[in-house]
Every structure is written in structure tokens, then in C-alpha cells.
Design a protein around this ligand. Structure first.
Ligand code: ACO
Length: 318
């Protein structure tokens, strides 16, 4: 890099940092440091993949939902998740990578997606636990992202959070109804909470001391709160909800601290988390295969859409 280029990069860098400090939103055509672009692309594409892979554990229960109303609700929710994937992929494309390339990274196992979707959905109560806990955790994380520095990401989060709120209420209602049911139904709800509680806490990522990306992301106001802060916020809001319907959080160390006004909680099994994000969770291989199968089976839809678009283009040019 020659001196003139170096000076102009420094000036752009300073202007960028000033914009961030003033709380201005960065838009696709604005100058941005290459590292900012890469970090956002990594995070947004992983987020989009999570929405898409997240359809699989719940899709598993569409044919077995206990009533027509529950089936309709679940189909709508799964469809919403596909929409979320689409908004975030579109937002990520503004950073210069084509959606097909991002999807290719997912299908070849190069890209990550949220650890939570590598756990199985064994009973109907898991649909309640996912809506209540997983979408609840997503809301805590995404409400903050709705104020992040990158415009297209922040804007996508606004609508997504509204829909996640509906999912969260629907999930909690499933749990509440089960807790008013028979002994078996109550046990089913408690068992789902037991299995999904700790993996939901892991969704917020490693502890701050072990989160290599957080320093940059917080400096650039992509993350407004740290992984640990958001995890604590989720715990504080979820524990009273569990208690209100008679569920017990599976953590013997959980205790309200009157001084800090937060719940204290037990040690997260980070070894399990590391195993899951390295591809060795209970369902990683299954999800990988299911997503690849769904993609190949959808080839005819993509072909038909391309043929239609080409015809429209020909018509417009004529
Ligand atoms: N699942 C899978 N991988 C994870 C998770 C997780 N729950 N948490 C952290 N990681 C990965 C990170 O991607 C990173 O790996 P990489 O550098 O190879 O990409 C590594 O662990 C270290 O973690 P951090 O440095 O803390 O990563 P980051 O700063 O990106 O924070 C977080 C992780 C909190 C998930 C952040 O990326 C984020 O807020 N993303 C947007 C929200 C999102 O993706 N939600 C998905 C689930 S919500 C839903 O789909 C309903």
C-alpha cells in the first residue's frame, strides 16, 4: 500500500469510527473497514442458516401435531422461520456475497448455524419448549440486534422480533396448557424443559472471556451487549415464567440474588457446547443430511423460477 492510499484508508477509518461513535447507521454503500464487512457477513450468514436449519426440528412435528389448530400454528411458525432466513440472506447479500454462495457454505458444512438445532425433538412438548425458550432467547438477542450499527441487519430484526414474539407466546401457551393437563402431560413438559434449558443458554455463545469475535463486534456496535449479559437477561426473564406455570428449572444452583437483582446459575457444560459446534452434537449429521436432501428436492422449484424470470425478461425486452 503506498502512502497516499494508507492516508486515505486511515481517514476513512477515522470517519467510520466517528459515525459509529455518534450512533449513525452504516448502509451498504458507505465505506466500511474490510474486517467489519467480513464479521457482519459471518454473523449474518450464520444467523440466516440458523433460521433455515431451525425449520427442521419443528417440521418434524407438523404431521403429528395434536390438533388441527396446533398444526396450522406450527406450519405458520415454520414458514415464518423460512421468511426470516430470506430477509437475513438478503441483508447479507448487501455485503457482497451472493445467497447461493452462502447456501453452498451451509450445504458443504463450511458454515456454522446455531448449536440449538442439533438437539432432537422427541415429544410434542418440545414444540412448546422451542417456542418458549429458543425463540425467547432469540428475542433477547435480536431485540439488541435491531439497534445494531448495520442498517439492513437492524431493519430485518424489527419484523423478525415481532414474529418471534408470537412464536414465543405460542410456545409458552403450549407449555402452560400441558401443565394444566394429566400427570403424563406435566412430566412431558418438564422433560422438554430439562432437555432444552441448558442448550438454550448456550445459544448466546461462549462466555465473554472466550468469545474471540466480541471485542470487534462490540467496538463497532454490532453487538450492544455481551454474550454473558444477554444470557443473564434471558435467565432473569424466563425463570419467573417457568415458576408461574409450575415448571422447575433444572439447575440446583439457581438462586435469586437480592443485591445484584439477578439470578445466579450453575456452570454451563462448555465441553458439550464445543462438541456441538464442532459437528458432534446429537443431530449434526442428521441436520446436514436433511438440509442437503431438501435442497436437492427443491431443484425443480429453482429451475422453474429461473425459467419464469428469463421469460419475463424476454417479454420486457420485446
Ligand atoms: N451456535 C453455533 N456457533 C456458535 C454459537 C452457537 N450458539 N455461539 C457462538 N458460536 C461460534 C461463533 O460463530 C464463533 O465461531 P466462528 O468464529 O467460527 O464464526 C465461535 O463460536 C466463537 O463465538 P463468539 O466469538 O462469541 O461469536 P459471536 O461474537 O459471533 O457471537 C452469537 C455468537 C452470540 C451467536 C452472535 O453471532 C449472534 O448474536 N448472532 C446473531 C443471532 C443468531 O445467529 N441467532 C441464531 C439463533 S436464533 C434462531 O434462529 C431462532
Amino acid at each position: 500500500m503506498n502512502e497516499a492510499t494508507l492516508n486515505s484508508t486511515q481517514q476513512s477509518d477515522e470517519a467510520f469510527n466517528e459515525s459509529i461513535a455518534k450512533g449513525k447507521t452504516i448502509e451498504p454503500k458507505d465505506w466500511m473497514p474490510e474486517k467489519y464487512r467480513k464479521q457482519l457477513l459471518r454473523m449474518m450468514s450464520q444467523h440466516a442458516h440458523s433460521e433455515v436449519v431451525g425449520m427442521l426440528p419443528e417440521g418434524n412435528w407438523i404431521t403429528r401435531a395434536p390438533s388441527l389448530a396446533r398444526k396450522v400454528g406450527l406450519i405458520a411458525k415454520v414458514q415464518d422461520e423460512a421468511g426470516h432466513g430470506l430477509y437475513i440472506y438478503s441483508g447479507a447479500e448487501t455485503l457482497g456475497m451472493d445467497r447461493s454462495e452462502m447456501i453452498d457454505q451451509l450445504l458443504t458444512g463450511k458454515a456454522k448455524y446455531s448449536s440449538i438445532f442439533n438437539y432432537p425433538t422427541l415429544t410434542w412438548a418440545d414444540m412448546g419448549a422451542i417456542g418458549w425458550l429458543v425463540d425467547g432467547a432469540a428475542i433477547v438477542n435480536q431485540t439488541a440486534l435491531a439497534k445494531c450499527s448495520y442498517g439492513p441487519y437492524a431493519r430485518a430484526m424489527i419484523r423478525i422480533c415481532k414474529e418471534e414474539n408470537f412464536h414465543n407466546k405460542q410456545g409458552y401457551q403450549i407449555m402452560a396448557i400441558l401443565m394444566q393437563g394429566t400427570k403424563e402431560q406435566k412430566e412431558m413438559a418438564q422433560d422438554a424443559l430439562n432437555r432444552f434449558w441448558w442448550p438454550s443458554l448456550m445459544m448466546f455463545g461462549p462466555s465473554d472471556a472466550h468469545s474471540p469475535n466480541s471485542v470487534d463486534l462490540m467496538k463497532w456496535k454490532v453487538k450492544l451487549y455481551s454474550n454473558d449479559d444477554l444470557r443473564q437477561r434471558f435467565i432473569d426473564r424466563t425463570v419467573p415464567q417457568a415458576e408461574a406455570i409450575g415448571l422447575r428449572i433444572p439447575d440446583d444452583k439457581l438462586k435469586w440474588n437480592e443485591t445484584t437483582r439477578h439470578y445466579e446459575f450453575g456452570e454451563i457444560n462448555w465441553e458439550e457446547f464445543n462438541q456441538v459446534i464442532s459437528g458432534n452434537g446429537p443431530c449434526n449429521r442428521l441436520r446436514f443430511q436433511q438440509r442437503n436432501d431438501a435442497h436437492s428436492k427443491g431443484q425443480w422449484v429453482r429451475d422453474a423460477a429461473s425459467a419464469y424470470a428469463a421469460k419475463q425478461q424476454q417479454k420486457n425486452a420485446a
